[in-house]
Design a protein around this ligand. Structure first.
Ligand code: ATP
Ligand code: AMO
Length: 434
């Protein structure tokens, strides 16, 4: 609609055509107002019943909430109007009527549970605070992309239908591919490494990952967005620098560009860019610190993975983002390189937010023989991964990388209770549509 003006651009003195949804009708007797909402905000349409054409008044005030209307008229200054301007309509057209019975109330006056909201996302996203989450998500992805480009990375897209899993065999979604067994990809891990080993050197991908997680938690999805990095001639410390760079870029972009959205979410006072550099705590020091908190029933010993309670105890102790480095080799995947001077110790790291893990990464095993040994140690058949391992025979440089959970990033930045709030159409145990 070329002749349409966004409500935020309607200036006093203009003759404008605005189009959007009927947010509210307030009838005060002789005067009544239709509040019209579009993606940029709201505008008041004034109906003076005695002075205006009856049909016009009837159309404008008889329309049900959430119907789509198009209104043309003079824009005037009006200090009593919510945005300081109002339109005196010359014409009102109902473009698409809405059923008067709505499954949820976009004005937010009546609360709806998350499940009802997810079943009716179109209506749910008509609420400022819900739209704000996705505006911020979009800004985060823009800032992350830009930061990766500043780090000389090339954006890639790798296949999502694959022949093998990489992140543990039990969490794969099987599909049939022309009669052959195939899977939905759990991670771009092997593909991003194959490209880091080419002349491209530094790559990133923002794309879906699929995990057949059986459990139903507020921080797991069965389809998530992974923000992946892989760089040749990088070690784990370089990869942690890149993690910190992109996470900070996301916070800084929100601070610079998302004032209105933070306000819609009531976060304008709470939000802040992390001030301190993210400390790098070794796994060994981490378990010592966790044990010292006295929060766990049983003391951790070297080799234990960290439970949710353990992560929580450490998160409270540290109070901000932190890395856990130098994990035991045994609890990290085959592609993570061990320290040269101590094969029990890996170069794997995690970035933690006090609420949950955000990132896993590490330096990769780039030596062909060692890589094959690693497969065998994890009970995987190296022959099945020949498409990957053979490239390690043709000049594979040392390289490192990470995967950052996109929804977890949004969730932790905005303090959302449930990861499903950060996805338009979440996939979980109970939810396959919409
Ligand atoms: P009526 O004739 O409809 O009984 P009125 O014309 O005597 O009312 P108004 O001044 O129109 O009285 O006020 C009705 C209410 O609407 C008041 O609370 C007033 O503050 C408010 N009001 C009037 N005009 C506007 C406007 N353009 N924007 C916002 N509020 C308005
Ligand atoms: P990992 O399996 O730890 O590592 O995943 C990386 C990050 O992805 C996010 N994530 C999830 N988010 C929501 N729901 C899920 N089910 C889910 N699973 C993972 C988390 C997690 O930290 N290939 C490695 C990364 C690498 O080494 O480059 C990997 O996939 O935020």
């Amino acid at each position: 609609m070329q002749d349409r003006t966004y409500t935020a651009d309607a200036e006093p003195g203009d003759d404008a055509t605005v189009a959007g949804w009927v947010h509210e009708i307030r009838d005060l007797g002789g005067i009544a107002f239709l509040i019209l909402r579009d993606t940029t905000g709201k505008i008041q349409i004034k109906f003076e019943k005695d002075e205006m054409d009856d049909d016009l008044v009837e159309t404008g005030l008889g329309v049900s909430r959430e119907s789509v209307v198009k209104v043309s008229g003079a824009v005037e200054e009006e200090p009593r109007a919510p945005t300081g301007v109002e339109v005196t309509p010359e014409s009102v057209e109902v473009v698409a009527p809405a059923d008067p019975e709505l499954p949820l109330d976009p004005s937010g006056k009546v609360d709806a549970d998350l499940s009802t909201r997810l079943d009716n996302r179109t209506l749910d996203l008509r609420k400022d605070e819900v739209q704000a989450i996705f505006e911020i998500r979009s800004e985060i992805l823009r800032a992350v992309r830009e930061q990766f480009r500043e780090f000389r990375c090339t954006e890639i897209n790798t296949p999502k239908i694959v022949a093998t899993g990489t992140e543990g065999g039990t969490e794969l979604f099987p599909i049939t591919y022309f009669g052959e067994e195939a899977f939905m990809n759990q991670s771009p891990q092997l593909f991003k490494q194959l490209i880091a080993g080419s002349n491209v050197e530094r790559v990133f991908e923002i794309g879906p990952i699929f995990r057949a997680e059986e459990h139903n938690t507020p921080r797991h999805l069965n389809e998530a967005t992974s923000i992946d990095f892989e760089g040749a001639f990088c070690d784990q410390n370089d990869a942690m620098d890149v993690v910190e760079g992109v996470v900070r870029a996301a916070y800084e972009a929100i601070e610079a560009n998302c004032g209105d959205e933070l306000e819609a979410l009531g976060l304008e006072d709470e939000f802040g860019v992390p001030e301190e550099a993210f400390p790098r705590i070794s796994y060994e020091d981490a378990i010592e610190r966790i044990n010292a908190t006295g929060e766990l029933d049983e003391q951790l010993v070297w080799g234990d993975d960290l439970s949710t309670e353990a992560e929580k105890a450490l998160g409270q102790d540290v109070g901000g983002h932190y890395f856990i480095t130098d994990w035991p080799s045994e609890i990290k995947p085959f592609y993570i390189k061990d320290h040269d001077d101590d094969p029990q110790l890996s170069t794997g790291f995690d970035l933690m937010h006090p609420r949950m893990e955000l990132v896993s990464g590490g330096q990769r095993e780039h030596r062909h023989e060692k890589l094959i040994e690693g497969f065998e140690q994890q009970g995987l058949d190296p022959d099945q991964f020949e498409y990957y391992t053979k490239m390690f025979k043709y000049g594979m440089p040392p390289h490192a990388g990470f995967g950052l959970g996109g929804e977890r990033l949004v969730m932790t930045i905005l303090g959302l209770d449930n990861i499903r709030e950060a996805v338009l159409f979440p996939r979980d145990r109970q939810r396959l549509s919409p």
